[in-house]
Design a protein around this ligand. Structure first.
Ligand code: FAD
Length: 335
């Protein structure tokens, strides 16, 4: 791999969009710009495709929900206890040590705290005063938030004869919050059992771009639901053009906006990853606090661009730090 590193760093300097222009065929260009997003540096494309090609990356069984449920089951089996529907209001710091949390007005004491919600939100909202350390400020200043609008569709027809990923150039592009949308990408879950009733199929499409302020303004003026409906109808119109078998067969549609992600996950700006633009490299941040003992961090923000692998890996490493600080041997393969 050492020989490849200088070559890889040259791809850090150009964007996916620029890299795609090295290809003449419009279909290849279209494909490349739709893998991770046009604004990312081209290395992100190689990491993603390399990971998939080597068999080291794939779609998780049951998606993110399946992953989370398996982790919760394992945690419970090991004696862990999860308090659902109990957002933490504050982390209690006494004499430079994290000693507990406040949940629904109640204090829960703790020997150590690992914050796994968005570090950007948590450091501002869960501490009084906000937690400020040089690395936290760097993270606040340097993270370019990625956001999207995500449309999920249930159709009463069997699409299992179609590939899992479909990408259609649109005959007529459309403008959404100032962004020209020229393609419709579809993820087709028909091949996975349990995603839709028999004979039906589930599709999702992702519209990348930071539309947080747009949706927030719509919410404030009472047009949020109407605007979601408008976008949903536009997508359905395109869907019936590219997959005519779905026309008139849509049973359910759901539009998730950055406000949805903000509400469900508490992420800053409803952002679910970071954009590593050209000229920037992946940045890793410490998982421990410099000023407060017994305080650890894990999750997507601790290494750009984030994503599930970073969330899982930082969770494991945060526990390793905790073990080291408390003289406990880390047993990653405990059965
Ligand atoms: C449409 C879409 C497609 C994606 N595709 C991919 C992909 O293909 N590959 C990939 O790697 N990543 C993908 N991601 C990104 C990935 O989902 C995130 O980066 C990842 O989930 C981040 O994990 P996390 O544990 O850091 O944070 P989260 O998943 O946001 O989890 C944080 C948790 O903390 C909880 N929480 C927040 N505040 C509090 C509080 N005060 N008290 C208690 N709990 C709190 C939230 O409820 C949430 O459960 C995608 C995301 C989206 C939206």
């Amino acid at each position: 791999m050492m020989k490849i590193l200088p070559k890889m760093s040259s791809y850090d300097k150009i964007s996916v969009s620029e890299y795609s222009k090295r290809f003449h065929h419009p279909a290849i260009r279209c494909l490349l710009t739709n893998v991770v997003g046009e604004a990312y540096n081209a290395s992100a494309l190689f990491f993603t495709l390399g990971c998939l090609a080597s068999g080291d990356g794939a779609y998780l069984e049951g998606g993110s929900l399946g992953l989370a449920q398996r982790m919760a089951k394992r945690f419970n089996q090991l004696g862990g206890k999860i308090l659902y529907g109990s957002p933490v209001d504050q982390v209690i710091v006494e004499h430079n040590r994290a000693v507990g949390i406040i949940v629904k007005g109640q204090r829960i004491n703790a020997d150590a705290i690992i914050i796994t919600s968005d570090t950007l939100s948590a450091t501002k909202k869960l501490f009084a005063p906000a937690l400020s350390e040089p690395w936290i400020e760097r993270m606040h200043n340097n993270t370019k938030l990625a956001a999207c609008t995500f449309v999920s569709i249930g159709v009463e027809c069997d699409l299992s004869n179609l590939p899992e990923d479909l990408l259609f150039p649109l005959k007529k592009s459309f403008t959404f919050v100032g962004q020209e949308i020229t393609t419709l990408s579809l993820h087709n879950y028909a091949g996975y059992p349990g995603y839709a009733p028999k004979g039906c199929s589930t599709l999702t499409t992702i519209i990348t771009g930071d539309t947080y302020e747009f949706w927030k303004a719509k919410k404030e003026c009472g047009e949020y639901d109407k605007e979601k409906e408008n976008l949903g109808n536009s997508i359905l119109a395109f869907l019936s053009q590219v997959l005519p078998q779905t026309a008139g067969k849509v049973a359910v549609i759901d539009v998730a906006t950055p406000l949805t992600y903000e509400r469900y996950c508490g992420t800053l700006h409803g952002s679910w990853m970071a954009v590593t633009e050209k000229g920037t490299k992946s940045t890793a941040y410490p998982l421990t606090s410099e000023s407060t003992k017994s305080l650890y961090f894990a999750g997507q923000r601790l290494q750009t661009p984030g994503g599930l692998p970073v969330a899982v890996d930082t969770g494991r490493r945060a526990v390793q730090y905790l073990c080291k600080d408390t003289n406990v041997v880390f047993q990653g393969k405990l059965r």
